[in-house]
Design a protein around this ligand. Structure first.
Ligand code: CTP
Length: 401
């Protein structure tokens, strides 16, 4: 974590039960070599005492604009200048709303307005508050202004509910902060990646699926985040950990994947469709478990919408749309056909007949085609091949700038 060594981090703590984790965060940031100054909102004091933060950080905690002694020692403007990074963790719904609207009605929001240091927030709240349209609009506003948003994670919440809204763990936040300080080739770009299979339910216990592991899409998401991109990953059912700094949306069926992708599309610079979306789904999903009868069972299947083709002709089309193609023969010909027919900028084709690469493997090799060029990537680890493909995406975006 040496990227944070010597950094002067202003840690804003707002009102939420996750404030207790901010105490550990202070330690973790210090372990990474950073100096930490804690600024609490008034409400945060209902969850954790200032003495805890003062003891851990070795600095008096600031919380009021009107504390004359503290202002005399270091005014709020000096404090705003002192910070090389600002991290608000937890960032409550109220704090996020105030930041989005440029309020300066307490010390923390005033500092956020007065600093020219990069600001990151780690939202923490009930899942319905997080999903609320007003909250999402505020988050979009902040992102558009360059505020980094770390998390939130999915999982059990203090309120007893389960869903997105939990603050990332201290070590994850340290990793995110360290990553976001790096300026990579994809810094400032927003990428949407789909990954994994889709499961099309026949009845409450059976489904049609495929062998996609999601590893290639997850590797792309992880590498894109490491290259500085703001990454949203729409994942089918896979047992893989969310890469650090990546926003993940879990889905099951092709129709859910389409909905999640179209909802996340506005403002994206690139879309990479690695998901092995089912081409067909059962015409109907039985409400009850289907009972066996007779020797032959005929299933009626319907075509699923082609998400990739829809993204490529969408009014909010990202500038770079990348498809994947799994082929067993005439790879170049079929891949170029899909590039043209679906209106893509790049297509990455796998030869799935080749041993040692593809589906469950950690290795891959891709032939990438654009309208006027082709590139051979790998064979190698999926992370390496992902990085090479992202370099092509970065080249493409730069050429269209
Ligand atoms: N794709 C999609 N929506 C679908 C099906 C596929 O977005 N309903 C995307 C995949 O994410 C991938 C690409 O399309 O990027 C795969 O193209 P496709 O023509 O579906 O490939 P195959 O399924 O291999 O097609 P075929 O069997 O006709 O070769």
């Amino acid at each position: 974590m040496s990227d944070l060594a010597g950094q002067r981090i202003l840690l804003g703590v707002s009102a939420g039960i996750a404030a207790y984790k901010a105490a550990d965060l202070v330690r973790r940031l210090q372990d990474a070599g950073a100096e930490v100054q804690v600024v609490m909102t008034e409400g945060a004091g209902h969850f954790v005492g200032a003495t805890t933060f003062q003891a851990l950080s070795g600095r008096p905690v600031r919380s009021s604009l009107w504390d004359e002694a503290a202002e005399a020692a270091m005014s709020h403007i000096e404090l705003a200048r002192w910070a090389s990074r600002v991290l608000v963790a937890p960032a409550s719904a109220d704090l996020i709303a105030r930041l989005a609207h440029g309020f300066a009605n307490d010390l923390l929001t005033t500092l956020c307005l007065a600093t020219d240091a990069p600001i990151a927030i780690a939202p923490a709240m009930n899942r319905l508050m997080w999903a609320n349209a007003a909250m999402q609009a505020n988050i979009e506003t902040l992102r558009a202004r360059g505020v980094a948003v770390f998390g939130p994670a999915e999982g059990d919440q203090a309120c007893g509910e389960v869903g997105a809204g939990r603050m990332l763990e201290p070590l994850e936040l340290v990793a995110c902060l360290s990553e976001s300080g790096k300026t990579g080739r994809l810094a400032g770009r927003r990428l949407l990646v789909s990954a994994g299979p889709t499961y099309e339910d026949l009845d409450p216990v059976r489904f049609l699926g495929n062998r996609s592991s999601g590893k290639m899409g997850f590797a792309l998401a992880a590498e894109a985040a490491a290259m500085g991109a703001d990454v949203t990953l729409v994942a089918g059912p896979v047992g893989l950990a969310t890469p650090v700094g990546v926003r993940r949306i879990d889905v099951r069926r092709a129709l859910e994947m389409r909905e999640a992708i179209l909802a996340a599309l506005p403002g994206q610079d690139g879309y990479i469709g690695t998901a092995a979306v089912a081409d067909y789904m059962p015409a109907e999903t039985a409400k009850q478990k289907m009972k066996k009868s007779g020797e032959v069972l005929t299933l009626e299947l319907r075509r699923t919408p082609d998400i990739l083709a829809e993204v490529a002709r969408h009014a909010q089309r990202p500038r770079c749309v990348v498809g994947f193609a799994a082929e067993t023969q005439q790879l170049a010909e079929y891949a170029r056909g899909k590039l043209r027919d679906k209106g893509l900028d790049l297509i990455a084709a796998n030869d799935v007949a080749r041993a040692g690469i593809g589906f469950e493997s950690d290795d891959n090799a891709l032939s990438v085609f654009s309208a006027d060029a082709s590139h051979e990537l790998g064979p190698g680890r999926k992370s390496l091949v992902a990085r090479q493909l992202l370099e092509l995406v970065a080249d493409f975006l730069e050429s269209k700038a």
